[in-house]
Design a protein around this ligand. Structure first.
Ligand SMILES: [Mg+2]
Length: 271
């Protein structure tokens, strides 16, 4: 695998013919990140609402092929935000998977990690909860500490508390930095890439007959781009000149810059 610069990625819509040739007549399975991919990144996570146009595009596509939303959010929150019944939804970075055909898809990753996570939730609430602007979002298998609204001078303090907590549980907890958020998860060998491969298998989708497309904007989506390298197509969503993606290399194959682009691309896949 060759890591690429985000600025060098070809545009998915402008190179649609080439992209579709790669799919090679296989049936599509489309994996979508939620925040930053289907909706703009906002100051408060609860305000990240999907537009009616985007929802329609996803709904139409879900009638044509398997569509799965893979998010760091809790699965039930994603289901509510999407409001579409026939979607596969993988919440909590893929720890919690539900499909319309089978209901909850069981797997063991994430089991037995409740205790240390509860401890982390309580500690974070005590230790950074009082810093102005910090938003702590407890989730079923992780806890997110958002600092977008924290005054710049205070942000290092948030990082220090997170670092100290992690240092205490070197085998129990890990942190995944995102866009102005620390996502603290149980230290289990599991990520969006493993979730996507697990889903493909659970849904009986194999490499010969299925072409997976994964679309995402954040660093956690890189695991999924990498997992599908050589099999599917990875589409990075965002601007190469966004300071939050500066210095990042990517395993995606194409890029889409705006949500209008994403919507048009989903429309085109549904045709
Ligand atoms: Mg995202």
């Amino acid at each position: 695998m060759v890591a690429k610069e985000i600025g060098d990625l070809p545009h998915a819509l402008e190179n649609e013919d080439e992209l579709k040739r790669r799919l090679d007549g296989r049936r599509l399975a489309v994996f979508l990140d939620y925040d930053g991919t289907l909706t703009p990144i906002v100051d408060r996570p609860e305000d990240a609402l999907i537009s009616e146009g985007m929802r329609e595009a996803v709904r139409a596509l879900a009638k044509r092929c398997v569509v799965c939303v893979v998010s760091g959010r809790d699965r039930k929150v994603v289901q509510e935000l999407m409001g579409i019944g026939d979607l596969v939804v993988a919440g909590s970075h893929g720890f919690d998977i539900w499909s319309p055909g089978e209901g909850k898809i069981q797997h063991n990753a994430g089991a037995d990690s409740g205790g240390v996570l509860d401890e982390a939730k309580a500690r974070l609430k005590d230790e950074v909860g009082s810093i102005e602007g910090v938003l702590i979002e407890p989730k079923s298998v992780s806890v997110a500490v958002h600092y977008r609204l924290v005054p710049e001078g205070e942000r290092p303090r948030v990082g220090e508390v997170v670092d100290a907590l992690l240092a205490e549980y070197p085998d129990g907890l890990k942190v995944t930095p995102g866009k102005m958020v620390y996502e603290i998860q149980p230290k289990i060998d599991w990520d969006k890439g493993k979730a996507v491969l697990y889903l493909l298998e659970a849904l009986d989708l194999d490499a010969e007959t299925t072409a997976p497309i994964y679309m995402g904007d954040d660093i956690t989506d890189e695991d999924a781009f990498e997992a599908l390298d050589g099999w599917g197509v990875g589409v990075f969503v965002g601007h190469a000149d966004d300071p939050e993606v500066a210095d990042r290399s990517t395993s995606a194959d194409y890029a889409l810059e705006t949500f209008e682009d994403v919507e048009s691309f989903l429309d085109s896949l549904a045709r």
